[in-house]
Design a protein around this ligand. Structure first.
Ligand code: ADP
Ligand code: MG
Length: 674
């Protein structure tokens, strides 16, 4: 250590090399124990002289004697060369005794001696407190004594200084130990300081981080405060809304209370209504029973009415004069009023025929012969399709009640049979014929009867009988227009129902489906017409509807066919005309037609006369219609008449045939009920 290197103690050590004995002087240095027992400041005070010695290397070292207990030891730097210096303060020699004396003197308590000025000589040593006397030069013995005394004194001092030196060495060791400890402490403290600085740095960084964080938090706080303000605003709005809702809630509660009271009233009302409804249901059951009874009664009465009208009726319909046709002479066709006057529906028709041959022979104007006919109903030319249907609606309805119904259109070609049955050209609903109207009516009545528990199914077929061959008019696809052979057969062994093989039986449930079927039949006829000249007028068209009804609740079933027949033209060939090759075929056709029409007449006659044999099988037509002609069936024949005078002969023939049919009275009809 620096302190060690320059310690005054080292100087003292140097002094040990003195060969001369020194006066033993008790050490005036502070004891280590007492010195270190003092504070740091005291220690510094103790070290101060050392510092002064350091500063004053090469100069006199001064020991402060101001302290009463610390006598000043004033020494001068001594080198080996300087030890014997005779003069000045730097010499220890003759003046040594003076110095030792000074030291000894200073050991005494008392005021400190003033510091000796550098450069001044020390006073001669005083022994025994007496001022040494100056010996004369010759007193060698005395002087030797003095020197011995002085030597003795030096020896003592040397011993003392040696002791002091030892003490100082021990102090030095202690001080060194102390210094080492202090150094260690210093290092520890420096380390601590470094650590504290690092900690401080770290803390500073942390502080910076915290400041940044604080700033960030402040920003967030600002944002949060903004949000809080917004939330507060929102809260205010919500509070307002809440108040509004509370008001509404109160209002709703009031309404609810009102509703609840109304509900309880209603519930009471419902309970009473339920009782009432139960009573009504019971009543309804009774009324249902009554209704069913009434329906059955209606059917019975309806049948009776039809019977009273006759199971075979004849309606005469005269078509209007078509554009381009000659207007018949007035009075040619007359419709005399009935006994009831104009309010009565016409039933009579009068046709005038001029006998040209008789007129020509006599030269006078040809006389006219009136032919009067009476039928169940006569429709003059202006009668519309709806009016005609009105008259047959009840008859058609009989088919639903289980009575077979058969309606014919009879007359010469062009008299209006197809118009009456199917309708006018173009599919105009105003001029729709009996077939679409009858089916529309049946569908509607079946729906009404559905409310009473009846369920009806309808299946349609449409065939043509030409030259005693049957062809399906509803054929489609590959069979279309081919005129595939159809045979009339019993539906099954033991069954009375007849069916046409190879013919389509199409279920129908609405008017549109019926229209589609009629359209298909017209198309099939048109194809055939191109192949065989005007075949349609030479054939019978038979539209049949199989009706089956069921009352599941009562286990009742009923069903009967409705047949609507557009007969072939009833015109006859004039027997007087010469027959060409084409005419022969036509004659055959006519004969076939006449045969089937006359067979029809014969069937009616046989039925009317209640003959045991009815010739149904004589023609395909009567055979096919077997179940619709006879005792259990209701029949209606339209006799269609041309208004033209030129057709008067054919008209008369038709009217005569119809009159014969009209005279038939066919037995009581039996409903097909199970
Ligand atoms: P048919 O079938 O007896 O040969 P149509 O029904 O074909 O006769 O009638 C011949 C023509 O007379 C057709 O053009 C038809 O439109 C017309 N016609 C028939 N009856 C009437 C009527 N009641 N009103 C108007 N036109 C009719
Ligand atoms: Mg026709």
């Amino acid at each position: 250590m620096e302190l060690q290197e320059r310690s005054p103690l080292l100087e003292v050590k140097g002094n040990r090399e003195l060969k001369r004995p020194l006066v033993k002087v008790p050490s005036q240095l502070p004891l280590p124990g007492s010195r270190f027992k003092r504070g740091t400041n005291q220690m510094e005070d103790a070290l101060e002289p050392e510092k002064k010695r350091v500063r004053g290397l090469g100069t006199a070292t001064k020991i402060d004697t101001s302290h009463p207990k610390a006598p000043v030891l004033t020494t001068v730097p001594q080198t080996r060369g300087q030890t014997a210096a005779p003069k000045g303060p730097k010499k220890i020699g003759p003046r040594c005794s003076t110095a030792i004396a000074t030291v000894l003197k200073n050991q005494k308590p008392g005021p400190a001696l003033p510091a000796q000025k550098p450069g001044t000589a020390a006073a001669p040593p005083m022994l025994g407190g007496k001022k040494p006397t100056k010996r004369p030069a010759w007193d060698l013995k005395g002087r030797l004594c003095d020197l011995n005394a002085e030597l003795k004194c030096c020896h003592e001092k040397t011993q003392m200084l040696g002791q002091e030196n030892q003490q100082l060495w021990s102090q030095l060791r202690e001080a060194q130990q102390q210094a080492t400890a202090l150094g260690a402490e210093r290092r520890t403290l420096q380390e601590e300081l470094t650590r504290v600085r690092a900690q401080a740095e770290q803390d500073h960084q942390e502080l910076e981080t915290l400041r940044a964080h604080v700033l960030e938090l402040e920003e967030q706080l600002g944002t949060q405060q903004g949000l809080v303000r917004e939330l507060q605003k929102e809260q205010l709005g919500l509070q307002e809304e809440q108040r509004g809702l509370a008001t509404r809630l109160e209002e709703q509660e009031r309404k609810l209370q009102a509703s609840e009271s109304a509900l309880s009233e209603s519930q009471a009302e419902v309970a009473s209504l339920r009782c009432e409804a139960a009573a009504q249901v019971a009543l309804l059951g009774e009324q249902g029973e009554r209704l069913h009874g009434l329906e059955m009664e209606r059917r019975r009465l309806h049948n009776q009415l039809q019977e009273l009208k006759g199971n075979i009726r004849v309606f005469c319909r005269v078509r209007p004069v078509l554009p381009g046709e000659p207007t018949p002479p007035s009075g040619f066709l007359l419709f005399p009023l009935g006994h009831g006057g104009p309010s009565d529906p016409p039933t009579r028709l009068s046709l005038s025929r001029s006998d040209e041959r008789r007129g020509t022979l006599s030269g006078a104007p040809a006389p006219t012969t009136r032919h009067d006919f009476s039928f169940d109903r006569v429709f003059p030319p202006g009668s519309g399709q709806d009016k005609v249907f009105e008259e047959i609606a009840m008859l058609v309805q009989s088919a639903l009640d289980g009575y077979p119904v058969c309606i014919f259109a009879y007359g010469q070609t062009g008299s209006g049979k197809t118009f009456t049955m199917e309708g006018g050209p173009g599919g105009d609903p105003q001029v729709a014929g009996l077939i679409p109207r009858a089916l529309r009516h049946l569908f509607s009545v079946a729906q009404e009867l559905g409310c009473q528990g009846w369920t009806y199914h309808f299946v349609a077929s449409y065939v043509e009988i030409y030259n005693e061959t049957v062809r399906d008019l509803l054929a489609t696809g590959t069979r279309k227009g081919q005129g595939g052979e159809c045979e009339i057969r019993r539906a099954g062994p033991g069954s009375e129902e007849l069916t046409v093989t190879n013919a389509r039986y199409v279920p129908v449930s609405c008017e549109k489906e019926v229209e589609a079927l009629l359209h298909l039949a017209r198309q099939n006829r048109a194809v055939a017409r191109t192949a065989q000249n005007e075949r349609s007028s030479r054939s019978h068209s038979v539209f049949q509807l199989r009706i089956s009804g069921e009352h599941a609740g009562r286990g009742l079933q009923c069903g009967a066919p409705l047949s609507l027949v557009d007969l072939a033209g009833s015109e006859r060939l004039d027997p007087g005309l010469a027959l060409g090759p084409g005419e022969r075929e036509r004659l055959r056709e006519t004969q076939a037609i006449n045969s089937s029409l006359s067979t029809l007449g014969l069937v009616f006659m046989a039925l009317s006369n209640k003959e045991s044999h009815v010739p149904y099988r004589n023609s395909k037509l009567t055979y096919l219609l077997q179940n619709s002609l006879g005792g259990s069936a209701k029949m209606l024949m339209f006799v269609n008449i041309s208004p033209l005078e030129e057709n008067v002969s054919e008209s008369l023939n038709s009217l005569r045939f119809a009159s014969k049919v009209n005279q038939c009275v066919i037995g009581t009809a039996q409903a097909n009920k199970k």
